[in-house]
Design a protein around this ligand. Structure first.
Ligand code: NAD
Length: 358
């Protein structure tokens, strides 16, 4: 990788500590001088939000959260924020909850303090996403970057193993995809490599002992590094594909990322020796795909898009929507033909190695 580069680090305060979320959140609310806090947490995240918000007095609690942020859902939440004259948004939950806070911030400029409870990493990016008529749009805007993130591994203990694994592999996808993303540079590559190392260490511990704090902490630390690398490097081939699968076919976010990742890695590997060298080194294995597949095996990771509602007859539309969005910087030229082969392999869960020789 050339040592001539341009790198942007996004400005954000991060407070990391198991068991410290309520105190850290209260301190942040005070530091920011907020008086009218809107807390966003879905119904299934409400119990965690109660715990986290013990030291603050919100003027509004909001639980109408829907994955991929439909515009109607965003519209209602924006109206409520205006009605209550909200001056700070506190999101407590996964990427869907953070995403709704971002949708409000996008049009109002109200700052966000994010308290993540999955490994999605949205809290560390300035990327927003909204879905309208089965098309997901994303964009970047610094107004949606949370001013502060409060990480507490204790809040992730309730995340079921299956979702922890999928969400953790979503974070791993941020690391791997950032190595060939349009703004890949030596700084975000270093963050991505450390993210891979931490996730590879933490996720097997989470799967073996979901209530164990050390594994949860490693996974959360790795997910933050992954998101910072991704925010800096931008979306590569993997994210462009998954974005279409989620937005157009409403496939579940984390599971889709977890399934598609080995196919994108196998596809790009022959044309990306530097990236694959870094990935292999971070896994501590001879090859990049070997490291990823060993981890996936340990985690009993999602294998086939067919398991999440994707169908053979969806492939042509997915290719048509995704192809124009694939970055020109992708190490291997992507065509309708090879993208069809990639999605066909991911649909059924066939051995990703077949993509290497396309
Ligand atoms: P999610 O937020 O939809 O959460 C999945 C499920 O887990 C939900 O039912 C939620 O209530 C539940 N949950 C969350 N935390 C829990 C916990 N600790 N214990 C028990 N249950 C818990 O899923 P996600 O994968 O976190 O986020 C996906 C969304 O985030 C997608 O819309 C995706 O596009 C977006 N995203 C955006 C960015 C970005 O940079 N803008 C990055 C990553 C993901």
């Amino acid at each position: 990788m050339s040592l001539v580069f341009e790198h942007v680090t996004l400005g954000q305060r991060v407070l990391f500590g198991t068991g410290k979320a309520a105190d850290n959140l209260a301190a942040e609310v005070e530091r920011l001088g907020a008086a009218r806090v809107m807390v966003i947490a879905s119904e299934s995240e409400a119990a965690i939000a109660d715990l986290v918000c013990a030291g603050i007095s919100p003027v509004l609690r909001w639980n109408d959260v829907v994955m991929h942020v439909p515009v109607e859902v965003a519209g209602k939440a924006r109206e409520a924020a205006a009605e209550y004259n909200v001056d700070l948004l506190v999101s407590v939950g996964g990427g869907s909850t953070t995403g709704l806070a971002k949708a409000i911030a996008l049009t109002t400029g109200i700052p966000i303090v994010a308290v993540p409870t999955t490994y999605a990493g949205s809290e560390a990016t300035n990327v927003w996403g909204l879905t309208e008529a089965a098309r997901k749009s994303t964009g970047t805007d610094d107004r949606v970057l949370p001013v502060s993130v409060v990480y507490d591994a204790g809040l992730t203990l309730s995340l079921p193993v299956e979702l922890s694994v999928a969400s953790g592999l979503n974070a791993l996808a941020h690391c791997i995809d950032s190595l060939w993303a349009p703004r890949a540079d030596p700084i975000n590559a270093a963050l991505a490599a450390e993210g891979i190392r931490a996730l590879n260490q933490g996720l097997p511990q989470v799967a073996a002992d979901p209530a164990g704090v050390p594994g949860r902490e490693q996974a959360l630390y790795g997910c933050y590094l992954a998101a910072v690398a991704f925010a800096s490097a931008g979306s590569g081939l993997h994210h462009k594909i998954c974005h279409v699968l989620g937005g157009t076919f409403n496939l579940p976010h984390a599971q889709t990322h977890a399934t598609v990742l080995p196919y994108v890695l196998a596809f790009n590997a022959p044309a990306a020796p530097e990236a694959t060298g870094r990935i292999a080194a971070a896994f501590g294995t001879a090859g990049a795909l070997e490291g990823l597949q060993a981890l996936r095996e340990t985690l009993d990771a999602p294998r086939a898009l067919a398991d999440y509602g994707f169908r053979q007859e969806n492939i042509a539309e997915a290719v048509e929507v995704a192809l124009p969005a694939i970055p020109a910087s992708n190490p291997r030229p992507v065509t309708a033909e090879n993208l069809t082969a990639l999605l066909t392999a991911a649909l059924t869960g066939e051995n990703p190695k077949t993509l290497t020789d396309l």
